[in-house]
Design a protein around this ligand. Structure first.
Ligand SMILES: NC(=O)c1ccc[n+]([C@@H]2O[C@H](COP(=O)([O-])OP(=O)(O)OC[C@H]3O[C@@H](n4cnc5c(N)ncnc54)[C@H](OP(=O)(O)O)[C@@H]3O)[C@@H](O)[C@H]2O)c1
Length: 246
């Protein structure tokens, strides 16, 4: 969300990222497509995810808008196609078979869900033929959806953590600042490393500069260095802030 420069997408791929997350509502699918073209990396290595917005979840609109997304992305197939939010035109028995049809027809590799509650997930599982390939939800130190993480672990799918840097506010979280000082790093790196210690969680930070892109990749190594007491301290933060309530 928010990346409007194909050069940033190309840089992300060149420094090592292989998962690009976009959505119809972000208005930047064409930018992502241009970035893939510009980058000197094999296209088949890149996993592209996009999301069908809440006003386009009637079956005919799912197909039409996905075809438009593919056109903008310059792809024949998107690896992961999400239901962006189960609201507005979302009707499980109508919407989800349309996603299954796109998988059967080869336009989407896998079906993802985003911003679903546990009850919404249960309903979706009862309708979808395709397995739920990923659930994308807000997840950072100030918003920890433990019930959804438990479901992902029990069923064995990735929980994709959006806004993993608390939307750029990691530096305002005292616990992250304290742990960062102990490791001579940044609160942003600690936020990502803390998420990476959690089995099944895949954080998707947004970053606009090469420096931020590289720093966020380096947080993978910090995950091995966090001590259990530091992880527990962040787990126990007594403050909740949801950035994207419905
Ligand atoms: N499914 C959904 O409903 C949904 C909703 C929201 C977001 N998302 C997805 O999640 C992605 C990330 O979420 P987000 O953009 O809300 O928040 P985020 O990744 O938590 O935070 C992004 C902010 O952090 C800054 N930043 C990045 N790396 C940094 C670093 N190493 N040090 C300091 N600051 C750093 C960025 O600044 P710069 O840009 O200047 O680098 C930007 O201001 C989005 O791009 C989108 O793909 C999905």
């Amino acid at each position: 969300m928010g990346i409007d420069d194909s050069g940033v997408v190309a840089t992300a791929l060149e420094v090592g990222y292989r998962h690009l997350d976009t959505a119809q509502i972000y208005g930047n699918e064409a930018v992502v497509g241009e970035g893939i073209d510009r980058a000197d990396v094999p296209c088949e290595e890149v996993v592209v995810a996009t999301k069908v917005w809440a006003d386009s979840l009637a079956p005919a609109d799912v197909r039409r808008t996905t075809e438009e997304s593919l056109e903008r992305l310059g792809l024949d197939r998107v690896d992961l196609l999400y239901v962006h939010r189960p609201i507005e035109t979302y009707e499980p028995t109508e919407t989800l078979p349309a996603f299954d049809d796109l998988v059967a027809g080869g336009l989407a590799g896998h079906v993802g869900l985003s911003n679903f509650s546990s009850a919404d997930l249960e309903t979706a599982r009862g309708v979808l033929e395709a397995p739920v390939a990923a659930h994308q939800v807000e997840f950072h130190p100030l918003f920890r959806p433990v019930d959804l993480l438990a479901d992902a672990r029990e069923r064995g799918y990735p929980l994709v953590a959006y806004s993993p840097l608390a939307g750029g506010r990691a530096g305002e979280i005292d616990e992250l600042v304290a742990v960062a000082e102990r490791h001579d790093t940044t609160p942003e790196a600690v936020s990502l490393a803390w998420l990476l210690t959690k089995e099944r969680v895949v954080p998707i930070p947004k970053a606009s500069s090469r420096a931020h892109l590289e720093a966020n990749l380096a947080a993978v190594d910090l995950a091995d260095e966090l001590e259990p007491a530091e992880i527990e301290r962040i787990d126990a933060i007594d403050r909740t802030e949801e950035l994207f309530p419905e």
